[in-house]
Ligand binder design. Structure first.
Ligand code: ZN
Length: 134
C-alpha cells in the first residue's frame, strides 16, 4: 500500500463556466477535460497544474453532494485527492484503523479513475483516495 501524490484538489463552484474563466483567461492554465459524473451528480473540469490538478465541481442536481456542500459551507475547497496504488487495499487499512469511510467499496470517478471518499469526521477534511485508469 502506497500513497503516491496529491492527485488533485476539488473545488465546489456554482458555475464551472465562470470558474474556468478565472483559471484560463486570468491565470493562463488550460482545461484538460470536462466531464459529467452521474455517480456524483456533478459536472467537472480538470485543470492540470504541474504534478497535480484542480478539479472544479458543479452540481447537476439540487440534492447532489456538491449542491449540499455549497448550501452548508459556500463555494470553495471540497476535497483533496491522494493517488494510491490500490484503493480497496487502502480502504481496508483505514477501516481496520477505525477511520470513518463514506465509501467502503471503490466507485467510478473522472477520467476512468477508481475513487473512494473518507469521512471528514476522522480526517477533518473530505479526503478522496484514487487510482488513475490503468
Ligand atoms: Zn476528486
Amino acid at each position: 500500500m502506497k500513497i503516491k501524490k496529491v492527485d488533485h484538489i476539488g473545488i465546489a463552484v456554482n458555475s464551472i463556466d465562470e470558474a474556468v474563466k478565472l483559471y484560463t483567461s486570468v491565470l493562463g492554465l488550460k482545461v484538460a477535460s470536462m466531464e459529467e459524473v452521474p455517480e456524483q451528480k456533478a459536472r467537472t473540469a480538470i485543470i492540470p497544474i504541474g504534478e497535480t490538478k484542480i478539479e472544479l465541481l458543479e452540481s447537476t442536481a439540487p440534492d447532489g453532494a456538491i449542491a449540499r456542500h455549497i448550501e452548508r459551507r459556500g463555494e470553495g475547497l471540497h476535497h483533496i485527492a491522494l493517488e494510491v496504488d490500490n484503493v480497496q487495499e487502502m480502504l481496508d487499512v483505514l477501516a481496520g484503523a477505525g477511520i470513518a469511510l463514506i465509501d467502503t467499496k471503490p466507485r467510478k470517478g473522472v477520467e476512468g479513475s477508481t475513487i473512494a471518499f473518507i469521512h471528514p469526521k476522522s480526517t477533518k477534511i473530505l479526503l478522496e483516495i484514487m487510482e488513475p485508469q490503468k
